[in-house]
Write a protein that binds this ligand. Sequence first.
Ligand code: CP3
Length: 353
Amino acid sequence: MTAAIQDSRFMRALRREPVDRTPIWLMRQAGRYLPEYLATRAEAGDFLTLAGTPEMAAEVTLQPIRRYGFDAAILFSDILILPHEMGLGLGFTPGEGPKFERPLRDPQEIHALPRLDPNEATGYVMDAVRLIRRDLPEDVPLIGFAGSPWTVATYMIEGGSSRDFKLAKKMLLEHPEDADALIRLLADSTADYLLAQVEAGVNAVMVFDSWGGALSPAMFKRFSLAGMQRIVDRVKASAPETPVILFAKGCGGMLESLADTGCQALGVDWTTRLSDARTRVGDRVALQGNLDPVVLTTNPEVVERAVADVLEDFGPGSGHVFNLGHGITPDVPVEHVQVLVDTVRRLSQRRSA
Ligand code: CP3
């Protein structure tokens, strides 16, 4: 990793070192709220072609950096690419979300799943990383990512998005040993995949546990946290310079356990106060978050006030990366994102020095 990257605001904030102002990037910053994204996606025809064509994936990764000058870029891909390449057959129907042609319904099928070679099965992702790293300003860090084993397993078992995760939870409850094996296999494949991204040029990695909040504390520890722990251990052992960010949505009660994994930063959603998170774990990890994305659908005055509240709540000192508490939605006006970015820059200037 170059000195320019190591000295960037984002990397410094992850190490909880002083910064001139709070770094900001947004989950799903490359997405449908951006007209230039919609144009490239129309050119690609569909989402999987977009994610599977390195030049196009690189282009949409760079679009929000050009428009807003965010302090970090995030690789354009999806958490469902891995199970797709494991043979489940991903499809995206507009308006319906992701669907797997061959979901995992019989626990015996778990034991037949392949452990992928990430450079072979997902070589196009690594090619995209190399192209992005070539074209990104040299002081802007690139974040690689994957889904958490539990969150990816919910899609594999349910066959798509779900409201209550009944099939996935039944698998954990009725076939816990098979479920442990699935989590282990996904954790090992995900660690291989993230380490290949690091080798190709990403500077930090983030694990999205979007549905950790659907589990009881005991089930979260056995099936979600255990998988993320295995990933953190592998990344720390093989790429000790690469910070790991864990984002477990709806898991405010689990922050101490998440910090205990040895990760460098925790994503926090808007249901937990940053000041509370900071008191509980802030001396061990940096915090990333936590504006409710709905704020961006309102008006500039509300956006400014809500940004001030988030910065105020975190308080003085370093270790904060400004972000949303979940991904930006397609209905957000691009002007509101500009207000958000300007306000974070203006209000955080001295606070974090
Ligand atoms: O953040 C970024 O800009 C990088 C790209 C990124 C995408 N998906 C692109 C995408 C990232 C980091 C993700 C993560 C992801 N994907 C998660 C975890 C984060 C979260 O939101 O909880 C999950 C659960 C998924 C699964 C997924 N992918 C769903 C449920 C959908 C369809 C629903 C939706 O939002 O449209 C996707 C498709 C997807 N992945 C889109 C994008 C920009 C929309 C596709 C389109 O252009 O139509």
